[in-house]
Design a protein around this ligand. Structure first.
Ligand SMILES: Cc1cc2nc3c(=O)[nH]c(=O)nc-3n(C[C@H](O)[C@H](O)[C@H](O)COP(=O)(O)OP(=O)(O)OC[C@H]3O[C@@H](n4cnc5c(N)ncnc54)[C@H](O)[C@@H]3O)c2cc1C
Length: 332
């Protein structure tokens, strides 16, 4: 498993910005992942585990440590015998939908996992169609779309402990999942694989689900930019952070405030611009630097603060910055 030096990360993240990794490795087995962590420990290096780079902004200076990009790419149905026995029972005239476990490696692309499940008549994950990312990155943030959270499907996982390199099998509770939250965010553990509980159905129902997946992807491609972005840049507010109440509910949606300011497709710093499709998405028009994107985000924070008295905070993860480059929530 070669550990390479000074590797550009620009093509490995969705913004297409940022500097190099001091060291870079792509372990394709758990043993190699353990060895990579050993290398980092021996050389006293910071570690960053990279997925598809769909939710990160890497500093122009790059990452001064070891970037691990897991190539753990297997997908398998765990209880294959139960799966095969039940295939005949899920005919359209029967209403039963047995539950089947599917295990996917951290490096599997989430879209590929959805397609695998639908091809095998397994339903549930198609609600996340069109959300870019790896299984590792998706569990890390607990991806969400409307009322669906990934944690509703995850039953167990294999993780690796950063300090000891020990492999542990943990259940759903261990993750302490919430909206945009999981215990992986302590950066003490990394995901090796995740196991999801899905519903086995007949081919006809699966064909409808494929249609739904296609429809969600089409809907998303109209609503959101499809490249050079990290999706929503700012997280939604927590209810206690906002003053505005609409229909007796605190207005927590950051895009609401940004929309009111009319920044869509207009506010721009260099080649960094607020998307014309979505007020909470920043895009690189081609030659933006990460610093341009940071400056744009700061201007957005400033405008929300001036008009509404609150400061949005990033959902996008800021990697390799020496100090927090944005305005903190409690700063004026
Ligand atoms: C156009 C667009 C639309 C989006 N829409 C949505 C949406 O609707 N809903 C939503 O929830 N998100 C959305 N996102 C955000 C993004 O898709 C998710 O956050 C995704 O799960 C990121 O996965 P990734 O592999 O790219 O992670 P990366 O961006 O590579 O990494 C994100 C974080 O995950 C950590 N990580 C990655 N792999 C592992 C691992 N194996 N173990 C531990 N930590 C790991 C990284 O260290 C990092 O901290 C969108 C993004 C884009 C670009």
């Amino acid at each position: 498993m070669p550990i390479t030096e000074n590797v550009s990360l620009k093509e490995l993240n969705w913004f297409r910005t940022g500097g190099p990794a001091k060291f870079f490795v792509e372990p394709s087995t758990t043993t190699e992942f353990v060895a990579a962590l050993d290398f980092a420990r021996t050389n006293n290096l910071e570690v960053f585990v990279l997925g598809e780079g769909a939710n990160i902004l890497i500093s122009d200076a790059g990452f001064d440590g070891l970037v691990i990009r897991p190539k753990l790419n297997s997908i398998k149905i765990l209880d294959i015998q139960k799966y095969q026995e039940n295939l005949d029972l899920v005919a359209p005239e029967n209403s039963i939908t047995p539950e089947i476990l599917v295990q996917a490696g951290a490096g599997v692309s989430f879209g590929e996992l959805i397609d695998f499940c639908l091809d095998n008549n397994l339903l549930g994950l198609e609600e996340f169609s069109g959300i870019p990312g790896s299984v590792g990155g998706s569990v890390y943030i607990n991806i969400h779309f409307f009322e669906f959270l990934l944690s509703q499907f995850l039953v167990s996982a294999e993780i690796i402990e950063r300090q000891t390199g020990q492999i542990l099998t943990v259940d759903n509770n261990w993750f302490e999942f919430g909206y945009d939250q999981s215990k992986l965010q302590t950066h003490q553990y990394y995901l090796i694989s995740a196991t999801f509980k899905l519903k086995l159905t007949n081919s006809l129902t699966a064909a409808f689900a494929k249609g739904r997946a296609h429809e969600i992807r089409r809907y998303r491609s109209h609503r959101y930019p499809s490249k050079n972005t990290c999706g929503s840049f700012f997280r939604n507010f927590h209810a206690h952070e906002v003053k505005l109440v609409l229909n007796q509910k605190p207005m927590i949606y950051t895009a609401y405030y940004l929309d009111k300011l009319g920044l869509k497709g207009t506010l721009r710093v260099g080649d960094a611009q607020v998307s014309h499709q979505h007020a909470n998405m920043l895009i690189n028009l081609g030659a933006a630097s990460s610093q341009d994107l940071i400056e744009l985000a700061r201007q957005m924070q400033q405008q929300v603060y001036q008009n509404f008295g609150i400061i949005p905070q990033p959902e996008c993860l800021l990697i390799g910055f020496k100090a927090y480059p944005l305005k903190a929530f409690d700063l004026n």
